[in-house]
Design a protein around this ligand. Structure first.
Ligand code: NAD
Ligand code: UPG
Length: 327
């Protein structure tokens, strides 16, 4: 076992690359395993890249044997709700079957701990807001269902193989590295804040999906959590597992909701530009309001969001989208 080495699947992607930076700053060596299908070679800056598909069980087992990590952080997944509704099989293969390859390789190599990217999409349409970890999990799309399947898989690998795990249920990841080294880069981009910024810069007008929600201004409410705060929570979760902390799921959010309209206003304020909008019908599968009760993460990890106020989220995202570093 190489004490400070952490295998980071999906470390060339948005959240994974920020976690690699936080790991390196905390003295770990992040080894990224990514097939670059939706990530970027230039985002792998804090350790080596193993270019491999998680679907290739032999390659995953070989990486585990070669690097002998003390733990795995598992970000690699497909993460578009709409895409999952069009091709659920794709999502079961990418998110469930591939994770089975990963967990099997971990058991075989004796790698005892994993921090997993789960999502508030495992809760489905909330019956209570803010949403705590004991809220019923009834996903309303295959994406959320596959993430829940992995949570159950982790449970049974824990019971049967002694695997230690933390499933971090993120709410809406947003923002960019405050130093401007990395940021959000999805192709196609479907997320609200980058699309609002693009609209402010003269791109396509932003479509506001739904103005008839039962919310104060009629638009949907989400809990936006800065990607650097997410990254820090991963490092704290890893530390907790290394110290023998129990296996569990934790919500990561701020506890404060922002409507689509409020986000647009924040982008407009920061950029000093108008955000052209088109009012559009609701997007299928979008609940009216998702807000986290993240009290457990605060208590167990000693974690506090530090840069998740909307002005900082938009400021870091705007700086990244205005001046991505070359290379
Ligand atoms: N972005 C959010 O708001 C959000 C919210 C909740 C949960 N999550 C979860 O967090 C994780 C990261 O999300 P993201 O926004 O950074 O996504 P992303 O698409 O930016 O990153 C995913 C990375 O995984 C890699 N990958 C995908 N399939 C692979 C495979 N078969 N083999 C190897 N690598 C593969 C991609 O190349 C990419 O680099 C995902 O598991 C996602 O479900 C994201
Ligand atoms: O062009 C757009 C895009 C989004 N929205 C709205 O903005 C809000 C946020 O949408 P988006 O940024 O697409 O995030 P979510 O659909 O909430 O999903 C994200 O957050 C989930 C957890 O909440 C994760 O599981 C997903 O992976 C991640 O994509 C929603 O109300 C959307 O309807 C618009 O009005 N117009």
């Amino acid at each position: 076992m190489t004490e400070r080495t952490v295998l980071v699947t999906g470390g060339a992607g948005y959240v994974g690359s920020h976690a690699c930076k936080a790991l390196a700053q905390a003295g770990y060596r992040p080894v990224v395993l990514d097939d670059l299908s939706r990530g970027f070679r230039k985002a792998v800056r804090w350790g080596p890249l193993v270019e491999a598909d998680l679907g290739d069980a032999a390659a995953v087992a070989a990486a585990m044997g070669e690097w002998r990590p003390v733990a795995v952080m598992h970000f690699a997944a497909l993460a578009y709700v709409g895409e999952s509704m069009g091709d659920p099989g794709l999502y079961y293969r990418a998110n469930v079957a591939n994770t089975l390859n990963l967990l099997s390789a971990m058991v075989q190599a004796g790698v005892p701990r994993i921090v997993f990217s789960s999502t508030c999409a495992t809760y489905g349409d909330p019956i209570r807001v803010p949403i705590a970890e004991d809220h019923p999990q009834r996903p309303v799309n295959p994406y959320g269902e596959t993430k829940l399947a992995v949570e159950r898989m982790l449970h049974w690998f824990g019971v049967c193989h002694g695997l230690g795990w933390t499933a971090l249920r993120y709410f809406n990841a947003a923002g960019a590295d405050p130093d401007g080294e990395i940021g959000e880069n999805h192709e196609p981009e479907t997320h609200l804040i980058p699309l609002a910024i693009d609209a402010a810069r003269g791109g396509s007008p932003l479509r506001v999906f739904g103005t008839d929600y039962p919310t104060p201004d009629g638009t949907a409410i989400r809990d936006y959590i800065h990607v650097a705060d997410l990254a820090r929570a991963h490092v704290l979760s890893l530390g907790r597992l290394l110290e023998g902390g129990d296996s569990r799921a934790l919500n990561l959010g701020t506890g404060t909701g922002h409507s689509v309209k409020a986000v647009i206003e924040a982008v407009s304020r920061r950029t000093n530009r108008e955000v052209p909008v088109i009012l559009a019908p609701r997007r299928a599968g979008d609940p009216p309001a998702l807000v986290a009760d993240a009290g457990e993460a605060r208590k167990l990890l000693g974690w506090q969001p530090a840069c998740s106020d909307m002005a900082t989220i938009v400021d870091t995202a705007w700086r990244w989208h205005s001046a991505p570093p070359p290379g």
